[in-house]
Write a protein that binds this ligand. Structure first.
Ligand code: SF4
Ligand code: SF4
Length: 468
């Protein structure tokens, strides 16, 4: 028998060994102030994520992302495809908001608010601990594991994933449609049913297999940390000056050296959901979940040392340097946000009560009528966003030989509804110059909407016209 000990395989990162095998994470739960705070936030967020599709504001859904109709309703306001500017202003402001929060408070989004962490740590992980028992030291799985319990655990995971998939779908189709479809055969609505199945499968894959890999390798936000953070951003950090040299045991003197406060118990590593050792400094894998703070505070209480060996602090403060709250990026991000949000409010305030699109009719650009007049077919599309039903009258403006022919004029359109109607404009052949004649249409609801639109009619040109 060889007396040599086997060398443990090296690590690619905290969760993958060099031989390609996965180091599964079974983090120990560390109770404490930060866990209570995070749990409270997580339960509130789970309630919000679940109930938001049911919420209505003035009879409209609070959030509905209707992709087939290309309409996004956010907090009761509906963005149409033509509202690109508004959406762009909002999105860029949101992205800058994320940059600002990250520059100030580090990865609080990851550890406290991201649905991946919220559902993983406060739904799936507690279920796992319920079935398998609390995990042991060094990321070892719970001792109660058995095949029956494992089957039961995955069955509950599946139920939870199906529920989450339905909630997710409700954001895109609305709760009313979802409730109706759930009472019908899937064959009557195959596309949404397949989306629900695919989402359930994806959730199962993510929360039962992929887990922390989403944060470590898949999420682009995690990858951007190094550019969004600076030495003054708040991060979960280990106070190396206080903790080192680390060492186990009660006697804090060794070889003439006074040991630091870290007793090298490894609990901060055992509790970390991404398996890293925060004592090695800030790492991309750290999602700022604060579990290592609670673990270490507990140890410090037990050995009678002040809490905060691992704490929320900035790299500058940990290194004993003064920390600066006001930095260039902390001033520039909000300044740009103020400009963008002011523009957003200004564009929103000047929005018309209806959105009108004039389109040329299909087929030939013009037709010759029996009496010799030239007609152009148009389609008018009106979206009523006035908050009430309205009647839109379409008329030609000014002295013009043109005639407007249209059924259903005025157009009666319900609130938030869109209608498309065809109309014909006929003019004498002689008015065309180089095949063109401009008219102006006025569309009005007699109350809050009154707008004029120029339209170029097409007709015969050159000799054909002159001969006419
Ligand atoms: S190092 Fe600490 S804060 Fe970072 S992920 Fe691990 S336990 Fe959470
Ligand atoms: S929990 Fe605290 S004392 Fe224990 S190893 Fe981590 S930093 Fe050191």
């Amino acid at each position: 028998m060889s007396s040599q000990l086997e060398t443990p395989p090296g690590m690619v990162n905290s969760t993958w060994r060099e031989d390609g095998s996965r180091r599964w994470m079974y983090p120990r739960l560390s109770k404490g102030y930060w866990l209570t705070a995070r749990r409270t936030v997580a339960y509130v967020l789970i309630a919000v994520f679940t109930l938001l599709p049911y919420l209505k504001i003035q009879g409209r859904p609070a959030v509905l992302l209707n992709i087939p109709a290309r309409e996004f309703t956010i907090l009761g306001f509906t963005f149409l495809p033509t509202d690109t500017l508004l959406l762009a202003l909002l999105l860029v402001s949101l992205i800058l908001g994320v940059f600002l929060v990250t520059a100030l408070f580090g990865r609080v989004w990851c550890g406290w608010m991201c649905p991946q962490t919220v559902y993983m740590e406060f739904l799936y992980r507690p279920l796992e601990r319920l079935f398998d028992g609390p995990p042991g030291l060094r990321h070892s799985p719970g001792k109660r594991r058995s095949s029956r319990r494992t089957v039961a655990k995955y069955a509950v995971y599946l139920l939870a994933s199906a529920f989450l998939a339905h909630t997710f779908l409700a954001y895109f189709v609305g709760v009313d449609n979802l409730a109706r479809w759930m009472q019908q055969s899937p064959l009557q609505h195959p596309a949404p049913f397949l989306v629900m199945l695919a989402t359930t499968a994806l959730m199962m894959f993510d929360f039962s297999y992929f887990r922390e890999q989403t944060c470590i390798v898949a999420c682009p936000y995690g990858r951007f940390q190094s550019v969004m953070l600076d030495r003054d951003s708040l991060i979960v950090s280990y106070d190396r000056r206080r903790g080192e040299p680390r060492g186990k045991g009660k006697h804090r003197e060794r070889q003439g050296q006074t040991l630091g406060d870290c007793v090298d118990c490894g609990l901060c590593v055992d509790t970390c959901p991404t398996g890293i050792d925060i004592r090695n400094g800030l790492q991309l894998e750290c999602i700022a979940c604060t579990q290592c703070i609670d673990a270490c505070d507990h140890v410090m209480d037990r050995i009678g040392k002040p809490r905060g060996l691992i704490r929320f602090s900035s790299q500058a403060r940990i290194d004993g340097q003064p920390s600066q709250l006001l930095r260039l990026r902390v001033i520039v991000y909000p300044a740009i946000m103020v400009v963008l949000l002011t523009a957003f409010v200004a564009v929103l305030a000047n929005q018309q009560d209806a959105h009108v699109t004039l389109l040329r009719g299909p087929g030939l650009p013009f037709n010759e009528l029996a009496g010799g007049e030239i007609s152009n077919q148009l389609r008018v599309k009106i979206r009523n966003r006035s908050g009430r039903d309205a009647q839109y009258t379409i008329a030609l403006v000014g002295e013009t030989p043109a005639r407007l022919m249209m059924e259903n004029n005025p157009m009666t359109i319900g609130d938030r509804e869109t209608q498309i109607q065809s109309l014909l404009i006929a003019v004498p052949r002689s008015v065309f110059r180089q095949g063109r004649y401009d008219v102006t249409l006025r569309i009005s609801d007699g109350q809050s909407f009154d707008q004029q639109f120029s339209h170029r009619l097409l007709g015969p040109q050159g000799r054909e016209n002159a001969d006419g």
